[in-house]
Design a binder for this molecule. Structure first.
Ligand code: HEM
Length: 564
């Protein structure tokens, strides 16, 4: 944990003269560096600390609007709903907030050669030694590992996971119908079960007490610890990495973590290798990577870390998307009914839906897309940057995950819209703001409205609106990021979420519980979120899950029997 007190304690330890010198030299460098160049607009900071002390006072969204306006003056398209950029500094580190699709696509997509690097987090690197795909520098190792990931998860290859996605969706539905009291726990279970099967080709995970799950949770906690903004002063003062371990205990902890988890990931892969040698097909991600290791040019460590990284990077995303979906179903029963009407009309009541039905179920696809795009999952994606607040006002438990996967480091000086963006700037895409851009989504951009993803004939349209250059293709939202680092698991995630939602709604109705005192349904506050991370989850609330029609239970059992 870290808060301003930590900074104060650390700074007080400095000999005052050295501290003054450092501040003076840094300020001079900053001033010389800035002079004569027009940087993107942003709030004025103070020498040395930059905008650090404003982070807890200013709302980033407000900055998006305020400095956006200033920027608009120089824009060729003054009608833009938001300006494109805001620029901040913290301890000399430049931070660029990208507020519009236009800027994000122009820089992160079109100039991906310059904008695809990740910040080099000292502590994270000592834990992962450059083997954690989401945080690897843009270079050869990233290319090799990313290619492996792409081959396993490209649109064309996702059909190999449909069987297991359908199986998991069925078990999930069955469990919730048996007991929905601990439905949050069941969402965590189905997510980990789905991903362990996908990555390591294992049977469904029925208990959260599984030692493999415990080990992955331990790894996740260490990643969170290593990446949480402000946890380690060394991320701001690079010279601190030369301190001996006795003054920097994280060094030993992270080095031990690397040894422990490398051995664990290698052991998992070794087991799979043996099974492949014995003639087992092992069609999961790890099996694929092991079989293709030579062709992909991966070392043994890279081949072991790649599947584990996939699991780590997607787990909380998938869990949270499902949680937001439940909130949507409870809060908007009308949308739930429309999904079920569509299921009755297209699939009927004599069989459960499959992933192949997705094309014919546009309203359900649109509902899933809405859960990703609108008030929900991505509402707090921008908390990533907001977490910089924790430098000043750290409160509560840390839930931030995978911080580095969302940010980019500019690896060459650049100019955009007449503004100078220096090499080394940390770029954050303001996904939350973009997913609410009224120019693209219309006046009801804030609402949960699956209908926005359907055309007049009721067909699913991934392009919900066009910016001046026809941007915003493919998903209809930007929850999966941009450019060369765009989420490689997006096709997989779309299918998995679709079938979980479709099978559940085909079989069951999800409703809020009734408040015993008032007799009214208890709908959680849609603005409430839990967690400090890039993605946030809704607070816990109770639900009822009941069979939608009498034959549903029998049909579900029959479908399960067919699984063998
Ligand atoms: C609801 C589901 C998901 C969401 C919302 C999501 C979102 C994201 C985002 C925003 C990024 C960063 C993109 C950027 O830097 O611009 C990312 C990266 C990544 N995601 Fe996902 N993701 C999801 C599911 C998955 C799944 C299912 C997998 C794998 C099976 C996966 C694997 C990865 C990996 C490996 C990266 C790092 C890519 C790189 O740095 O090159 N994600 N994801």
């Amino acid at each position: 944990m870290f808060n301003l007190n930590h900074i104060s304690t650390a700074l007080v330890g400095f000999p005052i003269a050295v501290a003054v010198l450092v501040i003076a030299v840094t300020s001079i460098f900053e001033w010389v560096g800035k002079s004569g160049r027009k940087y993107p607009p942003g709030p004025k900071g103070i020498p040395f600390f930059g905008n650090l002390f404003q982070l807890s006072k200013q709302d980033f969204e407000e900055w998006g609007h305020k400095y956006g306006k200033a920027n608009r003056i120089s824009l060729a398209h003054p009608a833009d709903a938001y300006g494109d950029m805001a620029y901040l500094r913290v301890f000399g580190q430049g931070i660029l907030l990208l507020n519009s699709h236009t800027a994000a696509v122009d820089l992160l997509d079109r100039r991906s050669g310059i904008y695809s690097d990740r910040p080099s987090f000292v502590v994270l690197n000592s834990l992962t030694r450059g083997l954690f795909l989401g945080a690897i520098s843009y270079g050869d190792v990233w290319r090799r590992m990313r290619r492996g990931g792409h081959e396993c998860l490209s649109k064309a290859s996702t059909s190999r996971y449909h069987g297991l996605q359908e199986r998991e969706a069925l078990l999930f539905t069955e469990n919730l119908l048996k007991d929905s009291k601990d439905w949050h726990q069941e969402v965590s279970r189905v997510s980990i079960s789905l991903l362990l099967s996908t990555v390591y080709d294992v049977p469904p995970t029925l208990s959260m007490q599984d030692p493999v799950i415990e080990k992955f949770n331990k790894f996740d906690n260490l990643i969170i610890d290593a990446t949480f903004p402000g946890n380690y002063l060394v991320e701001f003062f690079g010279w601190m990495k030369f301190l001996p371990s006795v003054f920097a205990p994280w060094k030993t902890r992270m080095a031990n973590g690397f040894t422990e988890f490398s051995a664990f990931f290698e052991r998992l892969c070794l087991d799979i290798e043996k099974q492949i040698d014995e003639g087992d097909e092992k069609s999961g991600i790890a099996g694929y990577v092991i079989r293709e290791q030579k062709r992909l040019g991966l070392t043994k460590s890279e081949a072991a870390w790649l599947p584990a990284t996939f699991l780590n990077l997607c787990l909380s995303q998938v869990t949270e998307a499902i949680l937001w979906f439940f909130l949507a179903m409870v809060a908007f029963p009308e949308q739930q009914r429309r999904c079920q009407q569509e299921l009755d009309a297209v699939v009927g009541r004599s069989r459960m839906p499959t992933v192949e039905d997705a094309e014919s179920l546009p309203y359900i696809r649109a509902t899933g897309t809405s859960a990703l795009e609108t008030d929900f999952t991505t509402r707090s994606v921008f908390r990533l940057v907001e977490n910089m607040h924790r430098l000043k006002i750290h409160t509560g438990t840390q839930h931030v995950t995978k911080q580095p996967v969302r940010s980019f480091i500019v690896c060459k000086d650049d100019w955009y819209q007449g503004r100078f963006i220096p090499k080394g700037t940390m770029c954050f895409a303001h996904i939350w703001l973009m997913n609410r851009d009224k120019k693209i989504y219309g006046e009801d951009a804030e609402d949960f409205n699956p209908g926005r993803f359907l055309d007049k004939e009721g067909r699913f349209v991934p392009i919900v609106g066009e910016t001046k250059d026809g941007y915003l293709e493919s998903e209809g939202h930007v929850a999966y990021g941009f450019g060369a680092r765009i989420c490689p698991g997006r096709y997989y995630a779309n299918d998995a979420l679709f079938i979980i939602f479709a099978r559940l709604l085909w079989t069951a109705t999800i409703s809020p519980v009734t408040d015993q005192r008032t007799g009214k349904p208890m709908i959680p506050d849609l603005k409430d979120t839990v967690g400090d991370g890039i993605t946030m989850r809704p607070p816990t609330f109770d639900i009822k899950v009941s069979h939608r029609f009498s034959e549903a239970a029998t049909l579900m059992s029959q479908t399960k029997e067919l699984l063998g």
